[in-house]
Design a protein around this ligand. Structure first.
Ligand SMILES: Nc1ncnc2c1ncn2[C@@H]1O[C@H](COP(=O)(O)OP(=O)(O)OP(=O)(O)O)[C@@H](O)[C@H]1O
Ligand SMILES: [Mg+2]
Length: 305
């Protein structure tokens, strides 16, 4: 056999080995890194659309706006009607970002006043992947390919992105290093006299990464951290009244019934207005109107003559 034919045969063997090796790497790469759509509505189609028994799955335009606002402004505050799918949307937006911008970082979700409520939110998040999905390259991923580990309070993705949940309790809010996103849900309903402590405890977690801060709530009176942040300019604001979800997640019948229900402060619960809590003894607006601060010069009433 001539030297040149030996070289030819060797190089063809090497080429075929290299080819096989590259194919294997490509396969493993696909196994580890799903090819996920960047658009929110497409992402939801891939993982499965949100749905209610009475409402077939589709993503509403205000839900796309929420995802856009998170990815554009990074620090956003959402003042919303009840029951219009905002928690669901933010969880899905976070889920999408765990495959891209948030990959390898930590995410903190603060949901509810009790540990159990926070745990339920994490289960809801994990459920997004229960059925697995088929990515844009047609590769099928099972739940266990996507979620490496889940406990009651944290979930770790295949790419080491970690999502941890917390109840709204200032003492418990020291997060891990490298936090890329904080989601503070129901921020106006923290059952603490001074709920700014919860916000103050959350802020430093994002200091190193300059990550996303997403604050969401239905209003709850002209007081508290949610009201204060809504008045300020530190966050990009998104207002979503019931009208945006009418005929979608909120039926006209339901809204007509809720408007008539005197136990419900409709303007506050559905129409993003900060009114006075129904439980207050006095209407704050009326008190503010009547109350005229006076300059006191005569102290004889207090001090005696
Ligand atoms: N686009 C959608 N299509 C169908 N169902 C949806 C859609 N988005 C959310 N849902 C469902 O609507 C229900 C209410 O959603 P979610 O809890 O996110 O609303 P919310 O605005 O956070 O409500 P709350 O005022 O209780 O905080 C959930 O069961 C959710 O899965
Ligand atoms: Mg919610």
């Amino acid at each position: 056999m001539s030297l040149s034919s030996i070289t030819r045969s060797l190089s063809s063997k090497i080429e075929s080995k290299v080819d096989k090796y590259l194919k294997k790497i490509e396969f493993e790469h696909k196994q580890v890194f799903p090819n996920i759509p960047k658009k929110f509505s497409d992402f939801n189609r891939v993982i499965g659309l949100p749905s209610l028994p009475e409402s077939p799955g589709r993503v509403f335009s205000y839900q796309v706006e929420i995802d856009d606002a998170i990815n554009k402004h990074h620090r956003i505050i959402i003042n919303k009607s009840r029951k219009i799918g905002v928690t669901e949307t933010v969880l899905r937006s976070i889920a999408k970002n765990c495959f891209s911008r948030y990959a390898g970082f930590n995410v903190m979700i603060v949901a509810g006043n009790r540990q159990k409520q926070a745990e339920d939110t994490l289960s809801r998040f994990a459920k997004l992947f229960h059925k697995g999905f088929t990515d844009l390259d047609g590769v099928k991923f099972q739940y266990r390919d996507i979620i490496k580990r889940k406990t009651k309070s944290e979930l770790v993705f295949f790419n080491d992105t970690k999502v941890s949940i917390y109840p709204a309790n200032a003492e418990a809010l020291r997060g891990p290093e490298r936090v890329i996103c904080v989601f503070f849900d129901e921020a106006a309903h923290v059952k603490q006299l001074d709920d700014s402590k919860v916000y103050d405890a959350l802020k430093p977690n994002l200091a190193n990464t300059n990550g996303d801060f997403i604050i969401v709530s239905t209003p709850n009176g002209k007081r508290g951290i949610f009201y204060d942040l809504w008045q300020g300019n530190d966050f990009s604001k998104l207002e979503i009244p019931y009208t945006k979800a009418l005929g979608g997640l909120l039926s006209k019948d339901l809204i007509d019934r809720e408007k008539k229900d005197t136990r419900i402060d409709f303007e506050q619960e559905y129409n993003v207005k900060f009114t006075t809590s129904l439980t207050s003894a006095f209407d704050e607006d009326i008190v503010n109107e009547i109350y005229q601060p006076k300059k006191v010069t005569d102290y004889s009433d207090i001090l005696g003559k």
